[in-house]
Design a protein around this ligand. Sequence first.
Ligand code: KIV
Length: 284
Amino acid sequence: MSAIRPTRKRNVATICAQKGSDPIICLTAYNAMMAQLLDPHVDILLVGDSLGTVLHGYETTIPVTVDDMVYHGRSVMRAEPKALVVVDIPFGSYEASPEQAYKTASRILKETGADAVKLEGDVTQASTIEFLVKRGVPVMAHIGLRPQAVRATGGYRIVGKTDEECDSLKEDARAVQEAGAFAVVLEGVVEALGAEITRQLNIPTIGIGASLQCDGQILVTEDMLGFFEKTPKFVRKFADLRSDISKAVENYANAVRDHNFPAEIETYSADKKAIPLPLKKAQP
Ligand code: KIV
């Protein structure tokens, strides 16, 4: 099917209205260039703290700072996306208290201009979500496999293989909905459990390694574009940019080595007039 998408700006209400009807299409974006490329095709752009592992070479998302999220969030917002832009609240900047979470979330919203924040949290973060939502901060929750908790959970484990885990995840899902989250990411969840939670909740579920029955799907953009050789089972590679980039760079290196680049058409002669640069409006 062709991908003609509405051109109006998405907001929390339009995203919630898609539950059970129009699948919610989400991808991560960490800068203006990628946001511009993705925006015509998606409903939500997530400035995920996965930027720590994807862009900056960290082993986990734990070292990512609020300054990092503000820097990348501002870059994405410079693309003026029509998609709803959600920025992750990083590890260590919200768990201590609802007040700490409000300070961080309000800084992120003020300094980036993004539409909402996302935080990883089970039932224990419900009071924090409620505190934020009551003060005007739209919150997307993230339950199931929580990458910020890998040190505590002992690794990237799929959730829902035992009855206890199923009951506990259903309780997390109910708690974040009651606290006022407008949507919830279900990551690394057994398929039948993802489907059941989606049926039980009134808010949209966004799956990543969860279920086709979720109201939307999200992937890390660089994973689905094929930047990495090793990816989790749930990633489908829609392109092979790793090998495309490698081939392109090899061709460039050969062209320079062989004195084949730049060619005449790629150089300037003295008789060419200067081309004026277009004036750009000032950006924050
Ligand atoms: O940080 C991230 O990119 C995420 C998504 C993969 C859901 O949390």
